[in-house]
Design a binder for this molecule. Structure first.
Ligand SMILES: [Zn+2]
Length: 246
């Protein structure tokens, strides 16, 4: 009897830190943890992009977003923001997109509160130094791996930890990602207030081929518009409607 109970306890503890949906730690964190929005615009959906900046896809992605007049949220990995990619990031800011912080390291989950505070602040300052703009106070942990010190850090820095909504993501555990497949999945599950995640970058390789992300985004924007949806970004960036600050 002891072994099954122990396994359940271990399973629940592991899920609390890694679940791709809000679970125990998020319930305890309250408003600091965001996995779905309640937008002022009842038709708004949140497009978010992870693991950039990528030196290959985002210029074309930014062209597409500009063309369709859509503001999105980019969660950038600090190490990928360099002299070489700074112009792309500057353009993201200048064109009204929201920029949040991300990490390419799942094990940030094991860092202490004081270390996380220093890391997030140093990274934000470095991005500001390179681009002239400071990211807004939102953070998405890699793969959603989170911890109590991470939530404490969010509270201390007045950040919010941003997840994503159930099934509105672009990864498949056993299948290759294609623009068509990703768009199909996202369009099937998109609802107002949902937070969609697409990877325009790669957590290790800032030159990875993410062409599928561009193709998926085009189909998702056009598909959602056809269903009369609007788009919103975090931190008050708006496409056409007002958006609550997270
Ligand atoms: Zn990531």
């Amino acid at each position: 009897m002891v072994v099954p109970i122990l396994l359940v306890v271990i399973g629940v503890a592991a899920l609390s830190h890694t679940a791709p949906f809000p679970f125990l730690l998020d319930a305890a964190a309250g408003k600091v943890s965001v996995w779905r929005m309640q937008p002022a615009d009842p038709r708004a959906i949140y497009l978010t992009f992870d693991d950039g900046p990528n030196s290959t896809v985002p210029p074309a992605l930014l062209d597409l977003l500009k063309d369709r007049n859509v503001r999105v949220t980019f969660f950038l990995i600090g190490e990928h923001v360099t002299e070489a990619t700074a112009p792309i990031v500057r353009r993201m800011f200048a064109e009204g997109h929201a920029i949040g912080q991300h990490s390419g390291d799942r094990w940030l989950m094991l860092h202490s509160e004081s270390r996380l505070i220093a890391e997030l602040q140093n990274e934000a300052s470095r991005i500001e130094l390179l681009t002239g703009y400071r990211p807004c106070p939102i953070f998405r942990p890699h793969a959603g791996w989170r911890s109590i010190p991470m939530f404490r850090t969010m509270s201390r820095l007045h950040y919010r930890l941003v997840g994503w909504s159930w099934l509105t993501w672009d990864w498949y555990w056993f299948r290759r990602r294609t623009g068509d497949r990703v768009a199909h999945q996202v369009l099937a599950h998109a609802r107002p207030g949902k937070i969609i995640v697409i990877h325009d970058g790669h957590h290790r390789n800032s030159r990875a081929d993410r062409q599928y992300a561009l193709e998926a985004t085009r189909r998702i924007i056009d598909g959602l518009r056809a269903k009369s949806h609007n788009f919103a970004a975090f931190c008050g960036s708006t496409s056409s409607q007002s958006t609550p600050v997270p």
